[in-house]
Design a binder for this molecule. Structure first.
Ligand code: CA
Length: 238
């Protein structure tokens, strides 16, 4: 089974308080995590089902449906991603409810970012094993293709393949979850930090076609990056 290590792990932060969300996002990004922020429970659920993050940081108090309901629905949808809940100091009882609903840990506000980071690393390690450790690298292998996420290096056999930052990001996302279908829109959103895009989904086709030319034996009959008709792209499963 493949799991994203910390250098590649994606974390969804569901928090309506802008300053808190930004602080968490910045700290996580400094550690190399991919981070997205949802500002309501509804948005959080939408992002969670679209992005399948490796971990969620979920605030209890949210406008609309609260963190508990988000957690309940998330687990109802079959998500097993670890969830760290954020509670206020006077919400002691919330911790019990949260843990009963399937939260993996909780943190009481206000908290230090160092504490947050150590909780996250522990959760990722518990859920995904030692490869999820921030200091450990992660290497994805499929046949003779080797994607070293930490060193951002790609090889086929002994041959080094040089990718642009955007190509690498697309490959990283796809290969981190073999079989998971990514729409062009989704890929566009995932790589927007790496490139000032014109927000045209066709851009993705171009990048994928370049990737295939570099990776595949026969770009017209790809073995790694598959087209899922009408849906997007997926990395081949073993
Ligand atoms: Ca809140």
């Amino acid at each position: 089974m493949y799991h994203a290590g910390a250098m590649a792990a994606t974390i969804l932060v569901v928090e309506d308080e802008y300053a808190v969300a930004r602080g968490i996002q910045y700290a996580l990004q400094q550690e190399g995590y991919g981070v997205s922020v949802a500002r309501s429970g509804e948005e959080g659920l939408e992002f969670a089902s679209r992005q399948a993050p490796d971990l969620l940081i979920l605030d209890v108090r949210l406008p609309g449906i609260d963190g508990f309901e988000v957690l309940r629905r998330l687990r109802g949808l079959g998500s097993k991603a670890p969830v760290l809940m954020l509670t206020a100091r006077d919400e002691e009882v919330d911790k019990v409810i949260g843990l009963e609903l399937g939260a993996d840990d909780y943190l009481t506000k206000p908290f230090g970012l160092r504490e947050l980071m150590s909780r996250i690393k522990a959760l990722l390690r518990r859920a995904y094993g030692d490869l999820a450790d921030a200091v450990g690298g992660r290497v994805i292998r499929h046949r003779d293709l080797v994607v070293d996420l930490e060193r951002r290096r790609v090889q086929r056999g002994q041959q080094r393949i040089s990718l642009t930052a955007t190509e690498f990001e697309i490959l990283r996302h796809l290969a981190s979850r073999p079989g998971r279908v990514y729409s062009r829109r989704e890929l566009l959103e995932l790589i927007r930090d790496y490139e000032a895009l014109d927000q045209d989904e066709k851009t993705i086709n171009v990048h994928v076609s370049h990737l295939r030319e570099k990776l595949e034996d026969d770009p017209s009959d790809p073995a790694f990056i598959l087209t899922v008709r009408g849906a997007g792209y997926a990395f081949a499963e073993r």
